[in-house]
Design a protein around this ligand. Structure first.
Ligand SMILES: *Cc1c(COP(=O)(O)O)cnc(C)c1O
Length: 362
């Protein structure tokens, strides 16, 4: 079976370096906020070309702490996309604020700025666009829209590490950029991890306090804080992997290019790629009228697939009672027809070609 990701292949390739670095951490017995976290934050800051980079315990925490740093509270509204992983909405709910879900652009699967504009009220405090599947959202349009307003932008970059818009890294446009190092993400740790970036020094200070018990000086607690830190073992692993991220993302782009060039089944739509956008293909997602039939056919041919995401967030059990009356047609249509096929840096060309041929033969 061709899997959706092959973490074992990546570990086999990097084992020499990674195992050495992990053992060094074990011997150092410095496990929390030590030299690896510090060095990783500096290295990732240089890579993303941003002023401040602070690691946290997960991508979910990155989003939550960002909204907390912006003082988002009950009564506030935050506009976001319903076509994402649930964490995007959790962050808003954790702050007691109200998620306002607006429809997506059916080509890019990302939040539609025109719908955002219509949803803005005097309670709107922030917008969370998601750079879904590694394709950049229409972030410059959102920036224009919020210029000279008090509305903040928090970018969900969990799936877009290394993606750029006009040569600027995602995460650097908003007040905050939030990344996840969940193992299967483009830059993945060997456990949970996350990152918050910002160019704003005040907001940067606030994140440093929030992630470490609301404290600047040890045992002096100024605000309600959290325990949300990346550990040294994960930071050591991420430092190794960061050196290869361009290589990994280039492999993904190359595979996507083969798919887009060779898949020519009339019943299937290959993903659109926006101009000015450097898509890093966290996922390669097809659209098919009979998505379930395609999935069954590929399974029979030993090709794994996945549905990201089968249920839009506003229709999830936990949220649906509050959103029963909204209809977001593009989101529903895409959720009913999307199917992601294998894409990961170690996927060899022979298998990519086999997948194309199989899809075309249906
Ligand atoms: C993975 C993911 C998150 C959450 O990241 P974790 O590190 O798993 O908490 C948030 N948003 C999106 C879009 C994601 O894909």
């Amino acid at each position: 079976m061709i899997p959706m990701v092959d973490l074992k292949a990546q570990q086999n390739m990097l084992a020499g370096e990674i195992n050495t670095e992990v053992l060094k951490v074990l011997d150092s017995t410095k496990f929390i906020l030590g030299p690896n976290v510090n060095n990783f934050e500096n290295e990732v800051k240089d890579y993303l070309k941003v002023k401040y980079a602070h690691t946290v315990a997960s991508g979910t925490d990155a989003l939550h702490l960002s909204l907390a740093a912006l003082d988002i509270n009950p009564g506030d509204e935050v506009i976001t996309t319903p076509f994402s992983f649930i964490s995007t909405a959790w962050a808003i709910t954790y702050c007691g604020a109200t998620p306002v879900f607006v429809d997506i652009n059916p080509k890019t699967f990302n939040i539609d700025p025109l719908q955002v504009e219509k949803a803005i009220t005097n309670k709107t405090r922030a917008i969370i666009p998601v750079h879904l599947f590694g394709q950049t959202a229409d972030i410059q349009q959102l920036q224009l829209m919020t210029k000279n307003t008090k509305i903040s932008i928090v970018e969900d970059c969990a799936q877009s590490f290394g993606a750029k818009v006009n040569n600027i890294q995602t995460g650097c446009f908003g007040d905050f950029g939030c990344f996840s190092f969940f193992p299967s993400k483009n830059l993945g740790a060997y456990g949970d991890g996350g990152l918050i970036v910002t160019n704003n020094s005040k907001l940067s200070e606030k994140i440093l306090m929030l992630r470490n018990h609301g404290s600047k000086k040890r045992y002096h607690h100024n605000i309600v804080g959290y325990n949300s830190r990346l550990d040294e073992i994960q930071a050591a692993i991420l430092r190794v992997k960061l050196k290869y991220i361009d290589e990994f993302n280039n492999s993904r782009k190359n595979i996507a290019n083969i798919y887009t060039t060779n898949i020519n089944n009339k019943k299937i739509t290959t993903p659109h790629k926006s101009q000015n956008s450097d898509h890093v293909y966290h996922q390669y997602t097809l659209l098919a009228d009979d998505r379930n039939l395609l999935q069954e056919f590929l399974t029979k041919n030993n090709i794994s697939t996945a549905i990201y995401y089968p249920i839009p967030i506003h229709k999830q059990e936990v949220y649906k009672k509050n959103y029963g009356n909204i209809f977001l047609p593009n989101t529903e249509m895409i959720a009913n027809s999307c199917l992601s096929i294998p894409i990961y840096p170690e996927l060899i060309e022979e298998k990519v070609n086999f997948i194309c041929k199989t899809i075309n033969s249906m």
